[in-house]
Ligand binder design. Structure first.
Ligand code: HGY
Ligand code: MN
Ligand code: MN
Length: 413
C-alpha cells in the first residue's frame, strides 16, 4: 500500500477558516447546535464535500453523511466522524478536528486518485455536546437505537425551543431514517481533552474505550422571602440547600478518586435578586467513572445527600437521572489498525481511556468503532483557550488516513 500523505497546511487552513464561524473574542468558538452558526458551518461543510464529488445525505435528526464510492459498493462504508457543534465557550478543535481531518483524508484520496475497496464516509453528528439540548451525543444515540427520533426531536433547550423545531428551522431535518445506513467501521479522531499525552510526550492516543457518564437534574424548592425581615430560623433558602448539595457532589467524587469525577456545571437561581431569599434553584450533576458499579454507589450517595441535607432545611426537591451512558470498549481489530497506522506514520503511541464522552460511544453499538487521540495544550478543553498544534493536527489526520486504509486493505483482502 502506497505511503499516502495528507496535506498538513491545507488541514490547518481549513481548521482556522471554520473557526471563524462562531469565533469568540477570546479565540474560541461559540457554535451551539442547530443555531444559525451551526447552519452556516453545515452549509460550508456540505459545499466542500460536494466540490470533491462526494454525495451528501442528511438523516431525520440532522446527522450528515458525505460519501465517496469505493471499488465494491456492496461493502458497508468505512466512516470517519465527529461533530461541528461546540460548547458556548468551546475551542477550535473539539469535534472540528475529527470532521475536518476526515475532509482532509477525502481531499488527499481525491488528489491522489486513490480508490478504496469500500466506500468511505465523513459523518457530522448532530448535538454531540449536549450543551443546548440534553443529553449529549443525542443524534448518534438515535442512529444507534439508544434514543427514539421522537425523543430527540422533543428535547427542549432552557428557552423552551425544541430540537425538532430548530432542526426544521435551519433546514437540516433530513428524510433518511437514522440508523438505516450501515458502516463496516467508524474511526473518530479527537483531541484528548486531558493532560496525559502531552505530559508523556506522546503524539497518539490509541483509545481503548470511554468511561461511563450519568447526568442528573435537580430542582430545589423553598420560599421566596424578604432578606431583611425573615429570621434565619424561619427561612426556606433553596440556594443554601443547593450550595450544601453541590459541596457534597464534589466530596462524593473525591471519595472514589482517582477515577471518579463529579461536577455541577449548570445552575439557575430564582428569582436571583439580591434582596430576595431564593425560593427555587435548578442545577445539573455530571458523574463519570470507568465502572458502572461505582457510578451506582455515587448515585446512591447523591440521593442520600439530597434527603439528608434538604429536609432539615425545610426544602422540597425533585431529582431525575436524565442520562446514563455506560462504559464502552472499542473494537480490538480497529484498535490494531490505529496502532499500525501510528507506527507507519512514525509517531509514539500509548493506550488510553477517554474521560470525555464522544459519539463513538454510541456508534460502537452498531458498528466496529474506535478513536484516535492527539494532545491538546495543558489538557485544556471546553475552554476558549483550547489549543492543539499544527503538527499534532497533522499527525492525527495522517494516522486517521493510515488507519482507514489499513482497515480497507483488510476488507479487500
Ligand atoms: O460531555 C462530554 O464529555 C462531551 O464533550 N460531550
Ligand atoms: Mn467532542
Ligand atoms: Mn466537547
Amino acid at each position: 500500500m502506497q505511503n499516502l500523505q495528507i496535506d498538513a497546511q491545507r488541514l490547518w487552513d481549513t481548521l482556522m477558516q471554520t473557526a471563524r464561524i462562531g469565533a469568540t473574542a477570546k479565540g474560541g468558538i461559540c457554535r451551539l447546535t442547530l443555531t444559525d452558526l451551526d447552519r452556516q458551518v453545515r452549509d460550508w461543510f456540505k459545499a466542500q464535500c460536494q466540490a470533491l464529488g462526494l454525495s451528501v445525505a442528511v438523516d431525520e435528526v440532522g446527522n450528515m453523511f458525505a460519501r465517496r464510492p469505493g471499488k465494491n459498493s456492496a461493502l458497508p462504508a468505512i466512516a470517519m466522524g465527529s461533530h461541528l457543534d461546540t460548547q458556548p465557550t468551546g475551542g477550535k478543535f473539539d469535534g472540528a478536528l475529527g470532521v475536518l481531518a476526515a475532509l482532509e483524508v477525502m481531499r488527499s484520496l481525491h488528489d491522489l486518485g486513490y480508490q478504496t475497496n469500500a466506500p468511505i464516509e465523513i459523518v457530522n453528528w448532530t448535538n454531540e455536546e449536549g450543551a443546548r439540548f440534553a443529553p449529549a451525543m443525542l443524534a448518534s444515540g438515535v442512529f444507534a437505537g439508544v434514543f427514539s427520533a421522537d425523543y430527540a426531536l422533543s428535547r427542549a433547550d432552557r428557552d423552551g425551543r425544541t430540537f425538532g423545531a430548530e432542526l426544521e428551522r435551519i433546514g437540516y431535518r433530513g428524510g433518511e431514517k437514522a440508523g438505516s445506513r450501515k458502516f463496516s467501521a467508524m474511526f473518530e479522531l479527537h483531541i484528548e481533552q486531558g493532560p496525559i499525552l502531552e505530559a508523556e510526550g506522546c503524539m497518539i492516543g490509541v483509545v481503548q474505550g470511554i468511561q461511563g457518564i450519568r447526568w442528573y437534574e435537580v430542582t430545589i424548592t423553598g420560599q421566596d422571602a424578604h432578606t431583611g425581615t425573615t429570621p434565619m430560623a424561619l427561612r426556606k433558602n433553596a440556594l443554601l440547600g443547593a450550595a450544601r448539595v453541590i459541596d457534597r457532589v464534589d466530596a462524593i467524587a473525591c471519595e472514589h478518586s482517582p477515577d471518579a469525577v463529579g461536577t455541577v456545571g449548570l445552575i439557575e437561581n430564582r428569582p436571583n435578586s439580591r434582596n430576595v431569599i431564593p425560593g427555587e434553584v435548578f442545577f445539573t450533576v455530571d458523574f463519570r467513572h470507568p465502572h458502572e458499579q461505582v457510578l451506582d454507589l455515587m448515585e446512591a450517595k447523591l440521593r442520600a445527600a439530597l434527603a439528608g441535607i434538604l429536609q432539615p432545611l425545610n426544602l422540597a426537591y425533585q431529582e431525575a437521572r436524565i442520562w446514563s451512558s455506560p462504559p464502552v470498549q472499542f473494537a480490538p481489530e480497529l484498535i490494531d489498525c490505529v496502532r499500525i497506522a501510528a507506527t507507519k506514520a512514525g509517531f509514539a503511541a500509548r493506550d488510553i481511556i477517554s474521560g470525555a464522552g464522544h459519539d463513538s460511544a454510541y456508534v460502537a453499538r452498531v458498528a466496529p468503532t474506535t478513536m484516535i487521540f492527539v494532545p491538546c495544550r495543558g489538557g485544556i478543553s471546553h475552554n476558549e483557550a483550547e489549543s492543539t498544534s499544527f503538527d499534532e493536527c497533522a499527525a492525527g489526520a495522517q494516522v486517521l488516513l493510515n488507519a482507514v486504509l489499513e482497515f480497507d486493505r483488510r476488507l479487500g483482502s
